[in-house]
Design a protein around this ligand. Structure first.
Ligand code: PEP
Ligand code: MG
Length: 587
């Protein structure tokens, strides 16, 4: 028998973990709906058919939501609410009705046409991840509606053995129509890392890879596929050695994610007794169960702008209050640091139209700059946070600070919001008030800033972008995006020293926070609050317990003389490996 050829392919890691299984290709229906002419007299009937299809689809979505909650998967339920919003989008429904009356062709052809141009419009706006997701959501819902119009049923695939789903784009509706217990892994050619199907995969611990070019040309149904969702690598027809290597990695992965061992659900201590909190970064209240399962010590970064990106108007005070309250109640008694709106750069909303005029948005109105321009919106958010602070342990944090005046202006807005709430007799809680340290200027004036705020949190993602003048979204200059660059380490040290001198806590919430090679460095600087993606929490907590901060400080001396990112990397690598068992570096 000839041995099958092993092929490796790469995409973006979307949900960590390892899986092996046989490929199941989910084909998108490319079938085009035929444009059948209708008579004016048939118009009411077509309209009725359309309205019925919308109604049936809504019922189907509500049923899917209920079936998830009966499985205990309450987190994902709200994903269906987003789809129902897309289904009932007034702009789309109106456009269908108008085109139907104007063109007199069957309603499925009209609907397909409108959806296509709507999606094309969203995709044209640019590389924005949120709009891409919205397009996927609309496509998913439209697929359901078209099935109803054509009188077809759903997928109804019966999975009996672990399968690796292979698709162009995986839609949420596809995923929930399958028995998730038999979905071992997911690989898609297109798709975004924050699509709802991927969010669901992550919350279910299903490894996933997105953006694998040429996937559908290179995989056939039934082939054995090995998925490394942590690195974004898939291997088709893996050899026995590869399978064995993966089994080992998978065991150590399970160990580090706490799926097998006891979860550390309290702050851990270093070998020499230094307490460190390891909290979660979240985007939606739906992320709470995952962060609790991973033993997070609260939430170190709640990116509230995702709430603002979800609709075509800013959320009301009440909508925000409900969300912040939910998060506060679930994390209690642990702290939740709510970051105020960080719109701008790659996060755009259509309801702030002046934003589109900027030629260089990364250096334009973003974060606190937008909040201080849109004071009404900012005050509404602060009122909601202050009110929710009654329900738990909340703190507020301002993004993109470059100047003291911004801190004064933001704090003044808090006072105004409090005065209004008092005048209205509405209860509110006290809020520690901190800032993101994510620009070089904030590091350079950190001592002055530390005088005015209750805590710092280093946003390393942007600190690297602004210090090294390298757009974090631009692949052409990705090689210059160097977390280990000596300038970054020096700026972090500056901020940490200022915080220590003024006796305020300092944490880190950018992606650097989960890098094991940097962990000894952070602890040595007195950074004892780390906030990260939930899946990294257990690994980090385990690692902290192997470190002796006093000893690390001595071994880091050469770091301050290093001239390049390569040199700092080598030193940090050596230090981390001298303290941590080798198994940490295999996971
Ligand atoms: C950062 O800049 O490091 C950060 C945590 O914020 P964001 O990634 O949301 O810009
Ligand atoms: Mg940032």
């Amino acid at each position: 028998m000839t041995e099958l050829k092993e092929t490796a392919m790469e995409g973006y890691p979307a949900s960590p973990g390892f899986a092996i299984g046989s490929a199941l290709i989910l084909k998108l229906e490319h079938e085009i709906v035929r444009q059948k002419k209708i008579l004016p007299a048939e118009l009411p009937g077509e309209l009725e058919r359309f309205e019925k299809a919308i109604l049936q689809t809504k019922e189907e979505l509500l049923r899917a939501k209920a079936s998830l909650s009966s499985l205990g998967l309450t987190v994902e339920e709200s994903l269906f609410d987003v789809q129902i919003l897309a289904l009932e989008d007034e702009m789309i429904l109106q456009a269908v009705k108008e085109k139907l009356q104007r063109d007199l062709i069957c309603v499925e052809a009209v609907y397909q046409d409108i959806i296509r141009s709507f999606i094309a419009g969203l995709n044209k706006i640019g590389e924005d991840e949120y709009l891409r997701e919205r397009a996927i959501e609309i496509r998913d819902v439209a697929k359901r509606v078209l099935k109803k119009l054509k009188g077809e049923e759903g997928y109804n695939l019966v999975l009996e053995a672990p399968k690796i789903l292979i698709a162009d784009v995986l839609l949420l509706s596809d995923l929930v129509s399958l028995d998730l217990r038999h979905v071992a892994g997911i690989v898609t050619e297109d798709g975004s890392r924050t699509s709802h199907a991927v969010i669901l995969a992550r919350s279910q611990g299903i490894p996933a890879i997105v953006g694998v070019q040429g996937l559908l040309e290179n995989v056939v149904n039934g082939q054995t596929i090995l998925v490394d969702g942590s690195k974004g690598i898939l291997i088709v027809n893996p050899t026995e050695e590869k399978r064995e290597a993966m089994r080992k990695q998978a065991l150590s992965y399970l160990y580090f994610t706490g799926n097998e061992e006891k979860v550390f659900s309290h702050p851990v201590e270093s070998l020499d007794g230094k307490k460190v909190t390891v909290s979660a970064n979240i985007e939606f209240p739906q992320d709470i169960p995952v962060m609790l399962k991973n033993g997070a010590d609260g939430i170190g970064l709640y990116r509230t702008e995702f709430l603002f990106l979800k609709s075509n108007r800013p959320p009301t005070e009440e909508e925000q209050y409900q969300q912040y309250k939910t998060v506060a109640e679930h994390a209690k008694p642990n702290q939740v640091i709510i970051r105020t709106l960080d719109l701008g750069a790659d996060k755009v909303v259509a309801y702030l139209p002046w934003r589109w005029m900027e030629e260089n948005p990364v250096l334009g109105a973003r974060g606190i700059r937008i909040s201080l321009k849109e004071k009404g919106m900012f005050k509404t958010q602060l009122r909601a946070i202050l009110r929710a602070a009654v329900e738990g342990n909340l703190a507020v944090m301002f993004p993109m600070i470059t100047d003291l005046s911004e801190v004064f202006a933001a704090k003044e807005m808090i006072e105004k919001a409090k005065a209004e709430l008092s005048a209205q007799g509405l209860p509110f809680g006290e809020l520690p008030c901190g800032i993101m340290i994510e620009t070089p200027s904030s590091c350079l004036i950190a001592e002055h800033l530390a005088q005015e705020v209750d805590f710092f949190s280093i946003g390393s993602n942007d600190l690297i972008q602004y210090t090294l003048a390298v757009d974090r979204m631009n692949n052409n200059v990705e090689y210059l995006y160097q977390p280990f660059h000596p300038s970054i380490l020096l700026l972090i040290r500056m901020a940490a020293e200022a915080a220590t001198k003024k006796n305020i806590p300092i944490g880190i919430c950018g992606e650097m926070s989960s890098d094991l090679l940097l962990l000894p460095f952070f602890l040595a600087l007195g950074i004892d609050r780390l906030s990260m993606g939930s899946v990294f929490i257990q690994r980090t907590k385990r690692a902290i317990q192997f470190l002796d901060v006093g000893k690390i400080k001595n071994s880091l001396e050469p770091l301050w003389r290093a001239k390049t990112a390569q040199e700092t990397f080598e030193i940090l690598n050596q230090v981390a490996r001298s303290f941590l068992p080798t198994c940490f570096f295999d996971s």
